[in-house]
Design a protein around this ligand. Sequence first.
Ligand SMILES: *Cc1c(COP(=O)(O)O)cnc(C)c1O
Length: 791
Amino acid sequence: MDNVFLNKDIFKGAYILMLKNLFNKKVESATTYEKYAALASLLNKQLDDNYEKTTKYVEENNLKKTIYFSMEFLMGRLITSNLMNSGYIDVVKEAFDDWGIDLNEVEQAETDAGLGNGGLGRLAACFLDSAASLSLPLYGNSLRYKKGFFVQRFENDQQKEYPDPWLEKPFYWEERKEDEAIQIPYFGYVKDTKLIDPVWIKAVPYDVKVVGANNGIVTTLRLWSAEKSQWHKYHDDEYLKMVDKITESLYPDDSTEAGKTLRLQQQYLFSAAGIKNVILNHKKLGRDVRDLPKYYVFQVNDTHPTLIIPELMRILMDEENLGYDESWDIVTKTVAYTNHTILSEALEKWNIKIFRNLLPRTFEIIQEMNRRFKIVLEEAKVPAEKVYTMQLIGANNVRMANICIYGSFSVNGVAALHTDILKNIELNDFYNLYPEKFNNKTNGITHRRWLLHINHELTDILNNLLGTKWQTDLPQIKGLEKYKDDKKVQNQIKEMKLAKKRALIKKIKADTGVTLNENAIFDIQIKRLHEYKRQLLNILNVIHTYLRLKSDNEFKKNFYPQNFIFGAKAAPSYVMAKGIIELINKVSHVINNDVETNDLLKVVFVENYNVTYAEFLFPAADLSEQISTASKEASGTGNMKFMLNGAITIGTMDGANVEIVQEAGKENNIIFGLSAEEVNNIYKNNGYVPRKIYDQDQRLQRVFEFIRKLTPNPTHFDFILQNLLTSDYFLVLKDFDSYVSAQEKANYLYKNQDLWWKMVIMNIANAGFFTSDRTISEYNQDIWKLDTIKI
Ligand SMILES: *Cc1c(COP(=O)(O)O)cnc(C)c1O
């Protein structure tokens, strides 16, 4: 196909034709959505060429591939990144300018692809962008959920969940590949390793193009959809209902009891279909299955795709007739595992009965793996009580993390501190057995989306000072550091921030009706709602600050106006998290309606935080709230997006905050609270009495009193307050005093503008390490060892 994006005139002709074909409309009469749809289809079609070239190069040159298995890919909108990465955006802009069309507005017509809950899914999306941009043959593998992450609305200040039927309108970036469908069996029983009478379903792949930045590379994210199978005899209602449900929706939670079988069905679907698809292609190219490790690495993003390990064993043994040892050798040279959590309650375990019922042959294989693993442990003289905790199967459940560690050649954590905790505490027994498997890969973010696409103001400043080389090699923004005391540059950064604040203010005004003061500190906490992330600590300080403004004139006189902004979804069954949302909403009404403090303090909880909202929020922030209980946040990536856009971290020494401080300097961030080691000592010693802290701190007593008066029923929030007083597992009260001081310091520092913007510049200039290009390069050097695609 000729390049219809070659110049503005050719583009115009093709675009007019597309609008006519799709909607029978002219440019003047098309709606914004129709304009978007025509642009997206035209671009998607244009990308076919590069997709074919990329595929051909990879095959003809026998390149090894990484298949990135992840149950979540939180992609957001694709139109902007596809336009920018393909290099066609300027041509489109010129044409649209001639027509008086606002490209920005057209881009907003795309619905977010919300196939993820939070950081883990967003990381996978950033990795796709970085790998394609580094010309690496990495391909995503996941599920095509008909409904993405739920839409959040507040009703009476409480979170209500609504479905996100994002596929109701056509998704222009995908292509159905019917001829590559895979038949997947569930249930049935095993006779001599053969599965008898299973329920068959058909997994159909849809490929979404992934566009590398300015390199002509197009890879794919493959999404599997469950459909009825002709291999199954009876298409009765019950069967059709089951099939429909499998890829109906993304799980909004990784910890609820409900629908366990369904979630396991999902995990098996994309794992088994992904693996079978690879093997079929591998054989079609005339290759031997024994050579699989030469051609593939399967990177497992958390334990959700664990089933690729027994599934690969099953195919090699049952279908390819290899022996156990030879099969195991192939598996353990091909699979690599990324651990994302140290919260032990979040480690995936499956009830044996559910598991065996759904996947009887897979269970047999895991049993055999377990038998052999126990021999390994005995030979290594591992003590009996440890053998029990390390086994792949416990008394009642199948342990996915244990299977991953045993079945992988690489186990990586996602930040330096996290990997240390895995090695020395959480997975210490495994580390002692397999020290060579463990390694760290500190997370990153794609600076293309999180700076180039969303912050043109800062991009321009950097281009003017440094040229454009930093865009392909982010660590070069270090060059900004020498301007840290330059008043002119400081002023430019300040103007950039003001512009981004104004854009956010406009959006928040439209969404919530609240008017924010543009001359205030923008203090932002955006991330999933979880007790360990401690949004509660944040709101306790907000209340304390408010009460102090009302009672302490000296404090009020010196206080610099501050806007506290929250964005977060809570898992629908997570009562405590939902209570915290309601609490913050109720506090915001009291504070926002108090004329006495109105110019000084505002609190906003934005509805339905997602990637698109995030793109407004990160660039507008002065303060980045990263206040998790130390040791609980594996890495965080929101912290990196804030830093890159010129916000200062107020945070604990947790996750990648440790490395942010290392890179930017301790003096350029505001660190408070217990260290990971202190937290672990508190847990070990078992002597923490939160009540004592409360009894000795009048500030906390006043804050609690305020909360009791928020609602007609004074016990409305008691489940939150009592939990703080009696357990406080996440050490909110313990860190309260130190957090209040850190907040006072932040407010004080902001008033010294020369110092503040210098600190901001130091953060931007030292954010280079956190590009996911660096992360992906490290994965490739240490784990994948892929050659680049050269087109
Ligand atoms: C970056 C991002 C996250 C992860 O935020 P953390 O602060 O690292 O938990 C979650 N959701 C969205 C939409 C994001 O863009």
